[in-house]
Design a protein around this ligand. Structure first.
Ligand code: ADP
Length: 352
């Protein structure tokens, strides 16, 4: 993510990435077992079988790759797996492993069966990535001893560990790295029902009373993302404590969310500005990414990484070879009359 995107993300209540002090709060709300982990049923069922089989054989789990948008529960799932396997987990990230030596010392400090979790694994440097291959395949660390003609490649054994890699950008992973994972799972956006269960569970942990209808309301606006659901819940709780006698009623949830300018589908002011600009300034599009970014005074990386994904997911926006197009659904959501010609062009473009 660019510097601009990072700044934009940090100020936004519906940003899916972790913000400032959230790591600690997140940790308190994290499920610890597969039974507590809500949703993602197919992934959970597969993991359950793999864990049971590995434990019965007394072997480490195969290397596991988790991919999907931020805030969906990849880090949480890695911790759950470690807990279910009853092993230790070391948590690091692609950019944090600066040189192969960092990786070597981490691996050497692990016990057989332990888990190494590398978040943002697509951001590993090439050198580190290449040093990782023999450790994943043969649990071996290759290094060169001596110089010039006398140099020899030596091999050290590392403990048999399990690598869990997580990435939001699967396409950026090199195929040799992808191929070395025994299992790959994609986490999907959560359904409103599962988000409602997450909100209810988090409210219980945070010790705040919440009406079922209020949990549904928060879930609906959480953009399919547990991290956003938990963040909205905390903001609504503040409101309820100050204005609603400490109970999150439907009315309190609605009032708090509209004060935060988050609409019924979880769109905020910037999402609406993006859509409105396409519709009002460019007749519904197509409009190029850079032109659109300039129209809303943002940089194009920020527009692409931070603002567009949810609009695309809702089907309010389409990417076409000639630029961005607002769809019928987008017009309707903003209450704009739909010009048939523009949407027809949009639909046609999308076919290419
Ligand atoms: P990611 O690593 O994909 O960015 P995290 O694992 O950090 O996401 O999840 C963000 C937060 O959402 C966690 O703190 C956790 O409380 C919550 N969360 C994620 N998935 C679930 C789930 N399936 N059930 C309950 N809470 C979840």
């Amino acid at each position: 993510m660019s510097e601009g995107s990072r700044r934009a993300n940090d100020e936004r209540i519906v940003a899916p990435q972790r913000q400032g002090d959230e790591a600690q709060v997140d940790a308190g709300l994290r499920p610890r077992t597969l039974d507590e982990y809500i949703g993602q049923e197919r992934v959970k069922e597969n993991l359950r079988i793999a864990i049971e089989a590995a434990r019965a054989r007394d072997e480490p789990l195969d290397h596991l790759l988790l991919h999907g948008p931020p805030g969906l529960g990849k880090t949480t799932l890695a911790n759950v797996v470690a807990n279910e396997m009853r092993v230790q987990i070391k948590v690091t990230s692609g950019p944090a492993i600066a040189i192969p030596g960092d990786l070597a010392s981490t691996l050497m400090s692990m016990q057989p069966g332990d888990i190494l979790f590398i978040d943002e694994i697509h951001r590993l440097s090439r050198l580190v990535e290449e040093a990782l291959y023999p450790t994943m395949e043969d649990f071996a660390w290759d290094f060169i001893l001596g110089k010039g003609m006398a140099a020899k490649v030596m091999r050290l054994q590392v403990p048999r560990f399990t690598l869990i890699g997580a990435t939001t950008r699967y396409a950026l992973l090199s195929s040799p790295l992808r191929d070395r994972f025994g299992t790959t799972f994609r986490l999907d956006f959560q359904t409103a029902d599962d988000l409602e269960r997450i909100v209810t569970r988090s409210a219980r942990i945070l010790d705040i009373e919440i009406e079922p209808e209020a949990a549904i309301e928060i879930a609906r606006r959480a953009r399919g993302t547990p991290r956003i659901a938990n963040r909205l819940l905390r903001r609504v709780r503040d409101f309820a404590e100050v204005r609603a006698a400490g109970v999150i009623t439907l009315e309190a949830a609605r009032a708090a969310l509209s004060l935060l300018e988050i609409d019924a589908l979880g769109l905020d002011d910037i999402d609406r500005r993006v859509l409105t600009a396409i519709i009002e300034k460019y007749d519904g599009g197509p409009v190029g990414l850079t032109t659109l970014a300039a129209a809303i005074s943002e940089d194009s990386d920020t527009l692409e990484d931070v603002y567009e994904p949810y609009l695309l997911q809702l089907g309010f926006l389409e990417r076409t070879p000639r630029g961005r197009v607002a769809t019928r659904l987008g017009y309707r959501h903003l209450g704009h009359p739909e010009p048939p010609a523009v949407t027809a062009i949009g639909a046609q473009q999308a076919l290419f």
